[in-house]
Design a protein. Structure first.
Length: 396
């Protein structure tokens, strides 16, 4: 197709450039491979087998399942490009699935997709791409990578805000950015499907992946119980005012912000506001008890200009993938502790989730990095210590 011209801005001539494309078997990565092949690049497709996909092979909307591997292979054959399937099951279980289970047992709400991008795709797969002699690794993520005037590359939110995946890619490092490319960042999803049709790909109408790929039933607690049998301890359901309202069979059955299925009735709407893994207590309270303005972070990744200095920095943040970036202040203490103060309260912020930094709230704004949430501070009065948010001891 002569009207295809994707420029990856590589330091070698296009006809000499080898690009490895991570092909999941879905529409986005398939179109990425097709666009790059049509643009004149030497494309190599790589598909990762990440988990025992037997129970998910025929599940609609499952990512990285058996059917997806076959779909990726068929697309590669259609495009006439080399295609490899790599067995990453062992490392995926260790780096993603096991950490997911342990995080839930600590009362957190983990995001395994971030861990997968961080440790599997943009670390292990990236190194494999280098071993294959590639000049770049391209994926079908909806996020943009742009060269900086002074050198290096920067991440930006996707043009299609409904598909923007920047929240899940905050842990990407500056070094990785120099090797990664995201051709769909300036494209709408409808355009991607139209390209799939024009290329004659039979996955053009394939449904997008949903939920967590290794949870075929969508019931997280069942997976945790299977991975860590006997690790979940029964305990009390406690109101923020100190009253014991009932019992539960394990904190893995609850998430921050949950309202339904609490197993207690008090005549007032109650929400899970904290999960105390140490004492196996589920803390509940009114909706206003969910609101927080201060967030504590660990393992912060900064990809803005220069080093992240101590002090107070004005920016925008996301604490949930589906929200627009909101005004906030990033505070870096002299001892390296990092906190975020939200300009407006946010409800249901949970440890284990991510807080992602943006230059502004504008469309396609630059991604500045982010960190993992370890705890929050609420302005709502709480009588019992169990209801006090988990935060670094030095911050209390």
């Amino acid at each position: 197709m002569t009207d295809v011209n994707i420029d990856l801005e590589l330091p070698v001539p296009r006809e000499e450039a080898r690009v490895v494309v991570a092909m999941s078997g879905g529409v986005d990565s398939s179109v990425t491979a097709a666009l790059l092949k049509a643009s004149g690049y030497n494309v190599v497709g790589v598909t990762l087998q990440l988990y025992d996909h037997g129970s998910a092979t025929h599940r609609s909307g499952a990512c990285c399942a058996g059917q997806d591997i076959y779909d990726a292979r068929r697309v590669a054959a259609k495009l006439d490009i080399p295609h490899y399937v790599l067995d990453y099951e062992a490392r995926f279980r260790e780096e993603v699935i096991d950490r997911f289970a342990d995080s839930y047992l600590m009362g957190e709400t983990p995001i395994p997709c971030v861990a997968c991008n961080q440790s599997i795709k943009f670390r292990d797969l990236l190194e494999t791409a280098r071993d294959l002699g590639a000049d770049a690794l391209a994926t079908g993520h909806y996020i943009a990578s742009r060269g900086r005037p002074g050198g290096g590359r920067a991440l930006h939110r996707a043009r299609d805000e409904s598909r923007d995946q920047s929240y899940f890619l905050f842990a990407t490092t500056s070094e990785q950015l120099s090797f990664l490319r995201f051709p769909l960042g300036d494209m709408e999803k409808a355009e991607t499907r139209e390209w799939a049709r024009r290329f004659g790909l039979d996955i053009a109408e394939k449904s997008d992946s949903q939920d967590i790929c290794f949870v075929p039933t969508g019931r997280y607690s069942q997976v945790i119980a299977r991975l860590r049998p006997g690790a979940s301890t029964p305990g009390d359901i406690v109101h923020v005012d100190g009253r014991i309202l009932g019992r539960h069979e394990g904190i893995i059955h609850y998430t921050i912000g949950q309202r339904r299925g609490l197993g207690v009735a008090t005549g007032e709407p109650l929400f899970v506001v904290d999960l105390d893994a140490g004492s196996a207590r589920v803390v509940v309270g009114p909706r206003e008890a969910l609101e927080t303005r201060r967030i504590f972070l660990r393992d912060v990744n900064w990809i803005g200009d220069g080093a992240l200095s101590s002090g107070r920095h004005e920016l925008h943040v996301k604490v949930r993938s589906t929200r627009a970036p909101a005004p906030a202040w990033l505070e870096v203490a002299d001892d390296g502790r990092v906190t975020v103060e939200l300009a407006e309260g946010e409800a249901g912020v949970s440890p284990g989730q991510a807080c992602v930094f943006y230059e502004s709230g504008a469309s396609q704004s630059r991604v500045l990095g982010g960190g993992w949430i370890t705890g929050t501070r609420s302005a709502f009065p709480r009588v019992t210590e169990v209801a006090f948010p988990r935060e670094p001891a030095a911050a209390r």
